[in-house]
Design a protein around this ligand. Structure first.
Ligand code: CUA
Length: 284
């Protein structure tokens, strides 16, 4: 369109130029007008576009409102550690691969990496923000509608980059408060023999060297905090739904589900696995 317009004006100018008297004042005036316009118009367009994008960029990077929920996210190969902070910057709850937020309330994120560069991205809620080792990046968003939003690592970070996903669950303030209150609690005590046996399996088969279950002696920090594992919708960073079958399959052979991930297979007898999954499923 622009090309055709410019060519039409050019052709008209060439045709006029042939007939015109080049010494006449009218000719000189229109020539000067064309030269001045040719400088001024592109300059105005450039100023308008640069100014607009600077303004938009400033708005996107503005500090979050002071009443924002504060969440720290750490990217690990290949899962997301999610920590909720109170107003004094104290960690009040730790979870993984599932972020709950209230609707219509700003959420301020602090983003770090534990190993390589990842990128936090929830396409329906915010733009990508990288998680860079040794650097703390910030971002914020607000969910206008309740729902479950899928997030995805958006920076290639190794063999399971594609399965480094998570979910953001936006819910009412009351639902969010109840959820956070539950996440703050230590794990439910194993009240049945089966669950106690499951906790024993957890402690004896090396699970506790990587995972924390708050309220027990399991304080490992290499893998996700499992204190409220069964409250989560997914396993393996949104790789599988969190059902007892997938949980058992993940424990016995996580490498076939997510090859290269840092969790080794665990060799268990059937009754040990049953007890362990019964215990983990009680961690609501
Ligand atoms: Cu983490 Cu890609």
């Amino acid at each position: 369109m622009i090309f055709i317009g410019v060519m039409t004006i050019l052709a008209f100018g060439l045709w006029q130029g042939r007939q015109a008297n080049r010494a006449s004042p009218g000719y000189v005036a229109s020539r000067n007008l064309v030269i001045a316009g040719g400088i001024a118009l592109p300059l105005l367009v450039a100023i308008f576009l640069v100014g607009g994008s600077l303004k938009l960029g400033a708005a996107l990077h503005a500090n979050p409102p002071p009443d924002a929920i504060r969440i720290e996210v750490t990217g690990w190969r290949w899962w997301w550690e999610i920590r909720y902070l109170d107003a004094q910057d104290r960690v009040i709850a730790v979870t993984a691969n599932e972020m709950h937020v209230p609707v219509d309330r700003p959420v301020a994120l602090t983003l770090e990496s534990g190993d390589v560069i990842h990128s936090f991205w929830v396409p329906q809620l915010q733009g990508k923000t990288d998680l860079v080792p040794g650097t703390v990046n910030t971002s914020w968003f607000e969910a206008d509608e309740a729902g479950t939003y899928r997030g995805q690592c958006a920076e290639f970070c190794g063999v399971q980059h594609a399965l480094m996903a998570f979910v953001v669950i936006a819910e009412s303030q009351a639902e969010f408060s109840a959820w956070l209150q539950n996440q703050r609690q230590p794990a439910a005590a194993p009240l049945t023999n089966d669950r106690q046996a499951g906790l024993d399996v957890f402690m004896q088969h090396g699970c506790a060297s990587c995972h924390t279950i708050r309220g027990t002696e399991a304080v490992g920090i290499l893998g996700p905090d499992l204190t409220h594992l069964s409250s989560r919708k997914t396993l393996g960073a949104a790789t599988r739904p969190n059902t007892i079958g997938h949980l058992g399959g993940w424990i016995i052979d996580p490498q076939s589900i997510k090859p290269g991930n840092l969790m080794p297979a665990t060799s268990l007898e059937a009754e040990e696995l049953n007890a362990l999954t019964a215990y983990l499923q009680s961690l609501e």
